[in-house]
Design a protein around this ligand. Structure first.
Ligand SMILES: [Zn+2]
Length: 165
């Protein structure tokens, strides 16, 4: 991404930005300190890059199709998933699920892990739609996926906590 800075002498007090094609156009007050401007630009750049990455990841891999597949294979198609998408804000956890709304988000880090690990996390979050807690019946559902133990080992080695994954 390119950055274009316009400093304005007008009474502008705040920094604003818009993305035009591959360029981030920034308008800033004339007297803004360089340090401050640099900080703002870095923040913006990382936010925009995360957003782009998330969008690319989600459209590259058809997560909806994967969910449907797993649903039919392991849950007789009975789990209703409203939406699933990659998230670039999950550095510590691998997935989360708002079970009331049936929405699943999985970490962008899973995109570079083996697909059977990603599938495990999706299964895990799908099971939460039925069982919000890590109860016995929750694990009963998750264990329908034959690679569960292997995937858990993999994720724990990558820093997941045992209680969660
Ligand atoms: Zn869980």
């Amino acid at each position: 991404m390119q950055i274009e800075i316009n400093k304005s002498r007008n009474r502008q007090r705040t920094v604003s930005a818009k993305v035009v094609g591959e360029t981030i156009q920034i308008s800033a007050p004339q007297n803004i300190p360089d340090e401050k401007l640099k900080e703002i630009i870095e923040n913006l750049r990382s936010r925009i890059e995360k957003r782009t990455k998330k969008r690319d990841l989600t459209s590259d891999t058809n997560l909806q199709a994967i969910v449907q597949n797993l649903n039919e294979k392991y849950f007789e198609g009975e789990i209703e998933v409203q939406s699933i998408e990659y998230s670039t804000n999950q550095d510590k956890i691998f997935g989360c699920c708002t079970y009331r709304e049936k929405r699943i988000r999985i970490s962008h880090r899973l995109a570079t892990m083996p697909t059977w690990v990603r599938d495990y996390v999706i299964i895990h979050e799908m099971a939460h739609i039925i069982e919000p807690n890590h109860s016995k019946s929750f694990w009963g559902l998750v264990n329908r996926y034959p690679l569960t133990e292997r995937a858990r080992g993999y994720l724990i080695a990558k820093g997941a906590t045992e209680e969660e994954f």
